[in-house]
Design a protein. Structure first.
Length: 187
């Protein structure tokens, strides 16, 4: 069994030496032609891949520059947003009304939830009269004057939470105009 297939075929008499030599010559000639065509193809194709490689490189550079531009645009927008948030935070910190001694709850709607802050009686009158409004900075809610509220609303509508309309005279069609509101009634 250690004999090659060639030797086994010779021994059985299925092929002769002359046929084997001819087959071997044809195989070598085919292999030689194949090597020549393999060598020749890269030379012919060498010009096309250079151009193709150049166009691929140019396309890659173009994509990279577009990605860089997009990243720079996003970074610039983030910087602008953070600068705006910082500016709004400074305005609120400087212009907020002190409510540290507030004991009266004031309820307002924020999104779909009713929130509560504690204010003084003067702030409650200003909030219900429309002279003051509630703004949000981070997770905190602060009370500011109407002018500051409107300015902040222009800068960022999301920070403006609650502001009532200013009523100078009572509504003529109000059926409850002649009935006073009890002092202990709070919403």
């Amino acid at each position: 069994m250690s004999q090659s297939v060639r030797d086994q075929l010779l021994k059985l008499g299925l092929v002769d030496e002359r046929k084997l030599a001819e087959t071997e010559r044809d195989r070598r000639a085919g292999a030689r032609k194949e090597r020549k065509t393999r060598k020749a193809k890269p030379r012919r194709e060498a010009k096309a891949p250079v151009n193709d490689g150049r166009t691929r490189a140019e396309a890659a550079l173009k994509q990279r520059s577009e990605r860089d531009k997009e990243a720079a645009r996003k970074r610039r927008l983030n910087e602008e947003r953070s600068a705006l948030k910082a500016q709004i935070g400074q305005i609120i910190d400087r212009r907020r009304e002190p409510r540290s001694k507030g004991e009266i709850p004031y309820n307002f709607v924020h999104g779909k939830k009713v929130k509560r802050i504690y204010v003084t009686e003067e702030l409650l009158d200003g909030l219900s009269g429309g002279h003051m409004g509630v703004v949000r900075t981070g997770e905190r809610f602060e009370v500011v004057r109407r002018e500051v509220f409107l300015r902040l609303k222009e800068l960022d509508p999301n920070c403006a939470v609650s502001l009532h309309e200013v009523r100078t005279e009572p509504d003529a069609e109000d059926p409850y105009a002649d009935k006073p509101i009890p002092d202990d009634l709070m919403w």
